[in-house]
Design a protein around this ligand. Structure first.
Ligand code: FAD
Length: 213
């Protein structure tokens, strides 16, 4: 309805949902898979991209407020809700979740009503996004699909660098990893390491293009 960008991220077949600390006593969720242990579930992040212009450009403040409100409603914990309860505009309870086909891998959460914390626009994006995803992954838009909130991808503040990730303000400092503010995942973070290495080699008078051959 809103022409917003919604995407999946970090799909973990047999994975586990875990709590992630956002700072300021606020907890969100994330997902991961383990080599030796598997669950019966698959988890993934389902993310709505929020871009703000004026008067508030800082999406980190906006995201933290949403996370805080979600935690407040969850009594200091993330919220858990069945998709069916979201569709029927009712809160989830442990009793309702127990009657479902899917058992949550993260139990340190509070069953509740995410729509009490998230704006209607984001809830609509999530619902419509999952409905569209159901065409590719049949069954994902089912009553028993479990939705945890908040899961927010915060980008670090972008540090001023040149194209080799060399700091503009501090001499001889190269930056790599998510901390530079241009990545938010393993592949992107690793790529920043390669880019910074190229810059260091260039400064040392070594032709990095030769090394790549
Ligand atoms: C639960 C979870 C699941 C994730 N799942 C995915 C996924 O499926 N796919 C994906 O692409 N990304 C995922 N991510 C994001 C991914 O982990 C990060 O994007 C990536 O690890 C960033 O790499 P980095 O090298 O910048 O930082 P990090 O991997 O965080 O490495 C920084 C290192 O620096 C060390 N360190 C910190 N401070 C100091 C200090 N003062 N002195 C010395 N060492 C220090 C830390 O101990 C750490 O080892 C996930 C993140 C989390 C938390």
């Amino acid at each position: 309805s809103y022409d917003d960008f919604v995407r999946t991220f970090c799909t973990n077949p047999g994975g586990f949902v875990v709590r992630e600390y956002y700072g300021d006593s606020i907890f969100g969720v994330n997902g991961h898979a383990m080599k030796k242990y598997t669950s019966r579930n698959t988890d993934f992040a389902f993310l709505v991209t929020i871009k703000l212009t004026e008067p508030l450009e800082n999406t980190t403040i906006y995201g933290m407020r949403l996370a805080q409100l979600t935690n407040t409603l969850g009594g200091g914990k993330p919220l858990l809700q069945r998709l069916g309860d979201i569709i029927r505009h009712q809160r989830s309870t442990w009793e309702r979740i127990r009657r479902s086909y899917i058992s949550p891998t993260l139990k340190n959460v509070t069953p509740g009503d995410i729509s009490m914390a998230y704006p209607a626009r984001i809830m609509t994006d999530i619902r419509e996004g999952l409905e569209a995803l159901d065409k590719v992954i049949p069954g994902v838009y089912s009553d028993s699909t479990l939705i945890y909130a908040p899961e927010i991808k915060f980008y670090a503040i972008k540090i001023k660098t040149d194209k080799f990730l060399r700091s503009i303000n501090l001499k001889n400092l190269f930056l790599a990893g998510d901390g530079v503010g241009v990545s938010r995942g393993i592949v992107g973070a690793a790529a920043t390491g390669i880019i910074a290495s190229m810059g260091i080699l260039k400064d040392e008078g070594i032709d990095y293009k030769e090394l790549l051959k």
